[in-house]
Design a binder for this molecule. Structure first.
Ligand code: SF4
Ligand code: SF4
Length: 229
């Protein structure tokens, strides 16, 4: 990549991180290779304070910072009855002066208008602040898997829980069944070990009932392609 840059084929080099964000961002800065980092950053990350510090370090070191996964999987619940307040999530992220831009997913003009309206004033209103705590009130863990991998060592069957949870997030959060299936196809699922576990031994850092979610999302493998819209 450095060669490409020297030859003028690219102006900037960047990396993207969905997990271990603080360590990856700091390593990117220390490598002195990268010009920009794109990182998952949202109000639901249990380690958001560490991510914030790493982002500040990157910005102070002259790197550009792009935030993604800003909406933390869009819904609080599987039935999609309780959307996460998109405007509030974006304000929360862009309110950090060290974040230079964000890449929220947009699939409709009203979403675009809502996102652009944030630029008028980044101050979170009291209602918006309260909306970011709605999950507690609803007793919902949300759908955002932070890909921390803390579950991996706890599963005696070494099942790839983080990838399955990412698939679940694509299906129920983003409503993207095609992406959900594609993601799940990377997991060796000849047999779902969770079906034969009487009790799941995994404690997820986001509070997920991973056994229930895995058995649920595994059904997508049997869905005919034409229904994956
Ligand atoms: S399922 Fe839970 S513990 Fe596992 S990676 Fe996702 S957030 Fe972390
Ligand atoms: S139920 Fe829990 S412990 Fe059993 S295989 Fe599934 S994730 Fe692992």
């Amino acid at each position: 990549m450095e060669k490409q840059k020297k030859e003028g084929k690219t102006r900037f080099i960047g990396l993207t991180t969905h997990r271990n964000e603080p360590e990856v961002i700091r390593a990117a800065v220390e490598s002195k290779v990268y010009d920009v980092v794109m990182t998952a950053y949202n109000f639901r990350q249990p380690h958001r304070v560490e991510v914030k510090k790493a982002i500040a370090f990157a910005a102070e070191s002259g790197l550009g910072v792009v935030a993604m996964k800003t909406m933390a999987a869009v819904y609080w619940d599987r039935k999609r009855k309780h959307p996460i307040n998109a405007k509030a999530t974006l304000k929360w992220v862009l309110g950090d002066k060290n974040v230079h831009t964000a890449v929220p997913g947009i699939t409709a003009f009203d979403q675009l208008e809502k996102d652009l309206s944030v630029m008028e004033d980044l101050t979170l209103t009291p209602e918006e602040k309260a909306s970011l705590k709605l999950g507690d009130k609803l007793a919902q863990t949300g759908l955002y898997c932070q890909q921390c991998e803390k579950c991996l060592a706890q599963c005696p069957n070494n099942f790839d829980i983080p990838t399955s949870m990412r698939s679940y997030m694509y299906a129920y959060g983003y409503g993207n069944l095609f992406e959900a299936r594609k993601t799940l196809e990377t997991v060796n699922m000849a047999e779902i070990p969770c079906k034969s576990c009487r009790t799941c031994q995994v404690t997820c850092s986001m509070g997920f009932d991973v056994q229930k979610k895995i058995i649920d999302i595994a059904r997508i493998k049997a869905v005919p392609e034409e229904f994956l819209v």
